[in-house]
Design a protein. Structure first.
Length: 116
């Protein structure tokens, strides 16, 4: 029984939408939520108690309510992962183009220079 196993389980939930769906649907009842988390964790070789899971969840909630990032969220940002329970997003950055803009983009038919 370790807190590290609870943290690993939370990380696995972020990366496995099916696991997340099986557990998160019980979040309205903390005792059932914790019990299902323990069962799913045990099936994955992670050993922790319902109390350890509940303590972890309450700490995450408290940190979120304070407007701070938890250790798990900081790791997610640093590693490019999404927050526990939040969908993953990809961001693409456009490339920089030199030269005049194409007429359709510039809103002009005067050689790519914007109308002023």
């Amino acid at each position: 029984m370790t807190t590290a196993h609870v943290e690993k389980f939370a990380e696995m939930m972020v990366n496995d939408p099916a696991l997340n769906a099986r557990v998160i649907k019980h979040k309205k009842d903390m005792s059932v939520f914790a019990s299902i988390a323990v069962q799913e964790g045990n099936a994955l070789g992670l050993v922790f108690t319902a109390q350890e899971f509940t303590t972890f969840v309450m700490a995450e909630r408290s940190t979120a309510e304070a407007g701070e990032l938890s250790d798990l969220e900081l790791d997610a940002v640093a590693g490019g992962r999404a927050r526990f329970g939040i969908a993953k997003m990809k961001v693409t950055v456009p490339t920089v183009r030199s030269g005049p803009l194409p007429p359709a983009i510039a809103g002009s038919t005067t050689g790519g220079q914007p109308d002023i």
